[in-house]
Design a protein around this ligand. Sequence first.
Ligand SMILES: NC(=O)c1ccc[n+]([C@@H]2O[C@H](COP(=O)([O-])OP(=O)(O)OC[C@H]3O[C@@H](n4cnc5c(N)ncnc54)[C@H](O)[C@@H]3O)[C@@H](O)[C@H]2O)c1
Length: 323
Amino acid sequence: MDKISIGIIGAGYIGGVHASVLMRDERVRLAKVHDISMPRAEQLAATTGATVAASADALIESVDAVYITTPNTTHTELAVAAAGASKHVFCEKPMATNMEDARRVLEAADAGRGVFQVGHNRRFAPVYARLRQILLEEHAAHSAHIKMNRGELINPEWVGDSSTTGGFLYETTIHMFDMVRFLFGEVRELTAIGSRHEYGEVDDFSVLLNFESGLHATLCSSADASWLFPFERVEVFCHHQTIVTREMESLTISEGLTGQHRTHSMQQLSKEEKWGYLQEDRAFVDAIVDETEAIITARDGYKSVELVDACYRSVETRERIAF
Ligand SMILES: NC(=O)c1ccc[n+]([C@@H]2O[C@H](COP(=O)([O-])OP(=O)(O)OC[C@H]3O[C@@H](n4cnc5c(N)ncnc54)[C@H](O)[C@@H]3O)[C@@H](O)[C@H]2O)c1
């Protein structure tokens, strides 16, 4: 069977992470790279054996599968173009930065003949995969407390520019909006409070979530919290049980009423495996080879955009948003 030819649009940090994983997958060939910065495109091409495409359109035209790893507000046009050309598409999160664009991408993905996967990598991170398995097999969770902070909105240089990110929640916290659906199912309603401090946008959020399952949760997310470990944590409360994650490093489960607990550490894994990048790229190629749907679809990408959009509306209107 011919190797699947892949092109990467956006030769920055995460484009490099995906390239490094894909280069070790014998089923694919990294064929093309495109970036608006020619030196970046040339650098990634030189380290991967790919050639530089002069434009995004030329890249899409020439490969079987397209990785979209550019800044957030550029995702929609590229995703619509690639899905519209019936290519397989891996689109980094967020799939879009408003509801209209999310709908356009969803429609293009549904109409296209290729696999469409969104880069919500945390579903593949062993910490969260384990947590979900525990919740499914052993515990009916009652409530949860979730934190997803950032130290700053300074690096890379565009993350503090909401006209490029769509806003802090689209850039960062959207990971946790996908995660809560993965762990707890669909959200029935939410209320959000936000405030503005270091940056020219709302940068601190408190969100109250109510799920169709009856579970309820709080989610806090600050963009100026420093990088104190763990900047990302999920605590789940069940029948005399607490399960706690610490970033992608470890997961602790309490044992009944004695205070005893056991910790599963993922620290021995490489970052690409701990964070799920390796597994999400393998899953994308699996879906292409097996002609199946992606594990994280455009519908999932749409739902996470919908939750972020609802948070911003709730902050603005001070109203509870129902779905
Ligand atoms: N899933 C994750 O854990 C994760 C981690 C990091 C970044 N991301 C996402 O990946 C995307 C890229 O982030 P990054 O950290 O790699 O940023 P980056 O700044 O390191 O890289 C982005 C690259 O895209 C290029 N670019 C910008 N506009 C372009 C355009 N219109 N066409 C072609 N190239 C263009 C830039 O020159 C740059 O090389 C963002 O959407 C970000 O949210 C996801």
